[in-house]
Design a protein around this ligand. Sequence first.
Ligand SMILES: [Zn+2]
Length: 328
Amino acid sequence: MSDNAKKDDPLFDRIYGHGSVIKSLRQEVHGSRLAPGYLFSGPEGVGKSQIADALIQTLFCVDPIKDSHGIKGCGQCRACRNMVDDNHPDLTRLGVEKGKTRISVEQIRQLSFTLSLTAMEAAWKVAVIDDAALMTDAAANALLKTLEEPPKGTVIFLITANPGMMLPTIRSRCRKERFTTLSDAILSKILTEQTDNDHAVIQEAVALGQGRASVALAFCDSKLIDLKNRFENDMNTLSIGRIGHLCDTAAFWGKADNWPLARQLTKTWFQQTIRANMMEEKEFFNHTVLMDAAVWVEDLLKRAAVFHIPPRLVLEGVFLHIARLVGQ
Ligand SMILES: [Zn+2]
């Protein structure tokens, strides 16, 4: 199938998994039973935004397709195409602006004003707020007013991986849909359709993706297997007695291109090592020391993301822990 043909397909046809959630959402659109606010939560990269987009395309479409699951945008009409090109006048997207860390009250006030105006082309005015948990308290309170008294024909989709960080009053005003990670079979199907990698690369990317399509796609590269082998080899040769080599290894894996993969491979290395250590009759590593190291590393990886610690420094810490384990 050519890229153009794919572009004109209904957005719902490009989504895999989440069958029962999608079915109920499509029926809500069909019956015009939409809520003014939807809270889509779940892990990063499982398709929350794509599903919101597919619903919005359906709302905007001038000639939606009916089937047994409800309706879906045709993909062909001007409204559907404008939606795909991110060029529809009745859709507003907002999230954390470049260089900022939160969604500001000014952004939400501007959104509320836009939603108060009459729709230009569609019967609906729609907004998507990405990373919605990153609204400031003032922004969240401003949005609450709009959710309490929504202008007629308004739908707001709030997307987040951290619903627990949001104001309970916002959560209670929204219809909530929780999305889970995708199965390996679905990930494999997505990667097979969207990339031209061979089976071995796809299987490795699926394993690293851990149910998240965007993560698996990011790792789907023909160099993946070479890099994964190199990482495993590097882990086996880490040594406290060769600090220079350890620092060089950290510098290589801390490069911007390698860091996301190194972070995931580190987590995978601990998972596999813990599993193998428990399966063996004789423990290869002291189990308590191994578990302590795994917890320490998991915590470091989280803190590194929050406090923007340079990846090379993070990996030096991680590799020192692994070297101590291997050297026992
Ligand atoms: Zn259409």
